[in-house]
Design a protein around this ligand. Structure first.
Ligand SMILES: *[C@@H]1O[C@H](CO)[C@@H](O)[C@H](O)[C@H]1NC(C)=O
Ligand SMILES: *[C@@H]1O[C@H](CO)[C@@H](O)[C@H](O)[C@H]1NC(C)=O
Length: 449
């Protein structure tokens, strides 16, 4: 008994303690669209009708009827409902006309209206760990049966019981066949997706998807991996982000700040650049310009020389989020050099340690999360070393701020342009999503086309 309790509670605890990665909430809007399109793609009811009309080996489909044909299959109306803890209840309402020769030799027509119902349980495939639906308990409910035969109680009863026996075998495979199409749209979910040349992201599942009264919840523990290298651990800093409270909306995707931080770690290296721009904004990049801020440069370089800058990033970028605002924190160094003639190595003037933050503006393009940044603030500037003697680095604050915004932020934006992959399932189009920055997470409100 105790161990059963432990299974339940320990499972719950493990669930809440899992790395905060990404969460997907699938509402009825998406599920309806998926089942509807699977139904259309599979042409399933037409196929079933054709199947029913074929001569049945080893006997007739309906006893007492010969030359049986099925025609005029009604466009199915599908109704879905979430069953908490299980999956989706599916009801397909349709109808058809069955024609044939009756046992009395006359032409007969039966018009049936029926509901096919089943429970589509959501599970995780044992081999692939990919979510899948499996239908259970399929039933055919006759809504009405009309015939051109004389209204005879015995005939009606006969038809009713015969149809009840025959129709499930004919119609229930249709439900399974439709699920094959729905399940196909999950198969790429856990494939690794590239982030430029730098690495991959794989949306692995934390656990089997859970069904609530309004959603199917998919909890991801994404694996971020350096190209041909190790996985980057998601920092477990305790804060578990949640969907914003409010009336249960449609479908949403939540990406935690910790997950985005892990993804940006892939882009740390490309952020290290040597900048040789002649001008940055209005300022010519020469020792003369620098001398305007720190007189020590003028003493060392009476004649202006072109400047070069080496930017190094010492820690992986860190993403933070407060409602409405997201920042990227960068720690690194700026080393400035004076160019020298005759192919000599440029001379290092000084190294500044800098901590600065960029504001991140999110959007979605081609199903990838895009980020564009602008300088938020220079948070700390300190002198690491200098070949021109000690100077007051505070005097360089405005110069460095301007430099970061105009020369370095374009580099960052260029690197970020690769975009970050989003979970690939159910042919979800993220491009129309509305984005919202909440505490420690970015939330995408998914919109259907
Ligand atoms: C058949 O399905 C429709 C649509 O879900 C429902 O309104 C109707 O009550 C069902 N009829 C029977 C007899 O179950
Ligand atoms: C600024 O950075 C320097 C060197 O990295 C560090 O010693 C100092 O504590 C920092 N100051 C603040 C206010 O963070």
């Amino acid at each position: 008994m105790l161990w059963i309790l432990c299974l339940v509670f320990c499972g719950l605890l493990a669930g809440t303690r899992a790395d905060p990665g990404a969460l997907l909430r699938l509402g009825m809007d998406i599920m309806n669209q998926e089942v509807q399109s699977a139904m259309e793609e599979s042409h399933i009811l037409e196929k079933m009708a054709a199947e029913a009309s074929r001569p049945q080996p080893g006997g007739k489909a309906i006893k007492g009827l010969s030359n049986m044909k099925v025609k005029d299959v009604l466009v199915p109306v599908i109704t879905l409902d979430f069953i908490p803890g299980v999956g989706i209840f599916q009801c397909v309402s349709t109808g058809m006309t069955i024609t044939g020769k009756s046992f009395t030799g006359g032409n007969m027509e039966i018009i049936v209206v029926l509901n096919i119902t089943a429970t589509n349980r959501i599970l995780q495939d044992e081999e692939t760990s990919i979510p899948m639906f499996r239908s259970e308990g399929c039933e055919v409910i006759l809504v009405s049966v009309k015939t051109n035969l004389p209204n005879n109680k015995a005939i009606n009863k006969f038809l009713d019981s015969t149809l009840r026996k025959v129709l499930p075998g004919l119609m229930c495979p249709a439900i399974d066949a439709v699920l094959v199409y729905v399940n196909k749209k999950w198969t790429k979910l856990t494939d690794p997706m590239t982030v430029g040349q730098m690495g991959t992201v794989k949306y692995a599942l934390t656990s089997s998807p859970a069904t609530t009264a309004s959603h199917i919840l998919v909890d991801f523990s994404p694996v971020v991996q350096v190209q041909k290298g190790v996985a980057i651990q998601l920092a477990a800093d305790g804060a578990i982000p949640e969907f914003p409270e409010g009336p249960a909306k449609g479908s949403q995707l939540l990406l935690s700040a910790t997950f985005l931080t892990a993804e940006l770690a892939l882009l740390q290296k490309p952020l290290e650049v040597n900048i040789k721009d002649r001008r940055v904004g209005k300022l010519a990049q020469t020792t003369g310009t620098l001398a305007g801020f720190i007189p020590e440069v003028a003493k060392a370089y009476p004649k202006p020389k072109p400047l070069l800058t080496k930017v190094r990033i010492s820690k992986p970028p860190k993403v933070t989020m407060k409602p409405g605002k997201s920042l990227m924190h960068l720690h690194g160094s700026l080393e400035m050099f004076a160019a020298r003639k005759h192919h000599k190595h440029p001379k290092s003037l000084f190294v500044l340690e800098a901590h600065f933050s960029l504001e991140i503006h999110y959007s979605v393009c081609e199903n990838r999360l895009q980020m564009a940044t602008s300088l938020d603030s220079l948070l700390n500037l300190s002198q690491e070393s200098s070949s021109i003697g000690d100077f007051n680095e505070k005097k360089l604050t405005s110069f460095v701020t301007d430099y970061l915004q105009k020369a370095f932020v374009p580099v960052v934006n260029d690197v970020l342009h690769v975009g970050l992959p989003l979970p690939d399932l159910l042919a979800i189009n993220y491009n129309l999503a509305e984005l919202d920055i909440v505490e420690n997470a970015l939330v995408l409100d998914l919109k259907l086309e």
